[in-house]
Design a protein around this ligand. Structure first.
Ligand SMILES: C[S@@+](CC[C@H](N)C(=O)[O-])C[C@H]1O[C@@H](n2cnc3c(N)ncnc32)[C@H](O)[C@@H]1O
Length: 353
């Protein structure tokens, strides 16, 4: 897999379907990258957990090389879910979910804060703007970082945004160097929770806090239920996730590395009146706003890409990539309806002084 040089790439917003996957990988590398990814994350690879963990860096990078344009096209610049109130717009709900972390961490001007797995900096921009803190986006994916730099510049936030290209399991940062840290639906890619949290603990200043939205299985998940297991596997295969843990495993890992737990809870449990987190992936016949992410919208996108692939406008293999993402989307919807999984297990922990 070889990346184009940055000069060769067109760093424009991936809002045009004809631009999907045209700027990240060499044209003939899309199909082979998707095949290599699927080789490990195939639907029936029951024995591949160890391989997912040992090769997490390559697999996650391959996944985000393939998925980033489609995420931006279908979802926006914040690659996460959010609780949503009855009359709240989807973008407003995403921003509120991001601001909640900033608020809980007490972020303010002068603080230096790590955003682990920053994506293309949608949340980073919102949180920097909201809090005035300097946010350091940590990400291991070169294409996403290029988008992140471009988008934070366009937002006029380059004075509050820094970026660090590294693996969050081994951060290129000194001990005790951040005032706070947060992660939004990113540390689920870590091969071990203990390894990941130990690294966050290392880079935080004593007294510094870590807040995150983690993926977790809920108490309704039954490991002996084949349907539950299949849904878990679909979400993992379609999302480059090594092994989604139960909530208590997350709490245990935080304690094990020395964090003091201030709060952990599933924000999707007993949410009150509102729109379920997985709703954008289902869609409504009456809403055009979220059409692209809805089931019908995704089918329409796939049909259009099939045509564009046949006409050689987008690279060969593009439709195959939509199949990977669709597996994740349908697994997410099924898991949300059954209440066996949450993408918003909120954790708030402190490194003791
Ligand atoms: C689902 S995306 C979430 C992105 C961002 N937090 C957001 O909400 O928009 C997961 C992110 O984690 C990053 N990531 C995954 N594993 C990583 C690792 N080992 N080191 C650094 N970044 C990683 C991916 O590149 C991607 O940007």
């Amino acid at each position: 897999m070889t990346l184009h040089s940055s000069e060769q790439r067109i760093v424009g917003v991936s809002s045009k379907l004809s631009n999907i996957l045209r700027n990240v990988l060499k044209r003939d590398a899309v199909a082979s990258t998707a095949r290599a990814y699927e080789h490990v994350y195939g639907r029936d690879e029951a024995g591949s957990f160890e391989q997912r963990k040992t090769e997490y860096k390559r697999l996650t990078n391959q996944y985000y090389d393939l998925a980033t344009d489609l995420y931006e096209y279908g979802w926006g610049r914040s690659f996460h879910f959010a609780p949503r109130a009855p009359n709240e717009s989807f973008p407003a709900s995403l921003a509120r979910h991001e601001q909640y972390l900033a608020d809980r961490l007490g972020l303010r001007p002068g603080m230096r804060v790590a955003d682990l797995g920053c994506g293309v900096a949608g949340p980073l921009c919102e949180i920097a703007r909201f809090s005035g803190a300097t946010i350091v986006g940590v990400n291991n994916n070169a294409y996403q970082l290029e988008r992140a730099r471009k988008l934070s510049e366009e937002a006029g936030l380059d004075h509050l945004a820094e970026f660090l290209k590294c693996d969050f399991m081994h951060m290129d940062a000194p001990d005790d160097s951040f005032d706070a840290a947060y992660a939004i639906e990113a540390t689920v890619h870590a091969p071990t929770k203990v390894g990941c949290y130990a690294e966050v603990f290392r880079v935080l200043k004593p007294g510094g806090c870590f807040a995150a939205y983690e993926y977790s299985l809920t108490s309704r998940f039954d490991p002996n239920n084949p349907r539950h297991r299949q849904i878990k596997s679909d979400v993992e295969s379609g999302g480059a996730l090594p092994d989604i843990p139960f909530a208590n495993q997350i709490d245990d890992a935080l304690r094990q590395v020395g964090f003091e737990l201030l709060e952990t809870r599933d924000l999707a449990e007993n949410p009150g009146p509102g729109i379920p987190w997985y709703h954008p992936l289902v869609g409504s016949r009456f809403s055009f706003a979220g059409f692209r992410s809805s089931q019908v919208g995704r089918m329409a996108t796939r049909g259009a890409l099939r045509l564009l692939e046949a006409l050689c406008v987008v690279p060969r293999g593009t439709v195959r990539v939509t199949g990977i993402l669709d597996l994740c989307a349908s697994g997410m919807v099924a898991s949300g309806r059954l209440g066996i999984f949450t993408p918003m297990y909120f954790l708030y922990a402190r490194k003791p002084r």
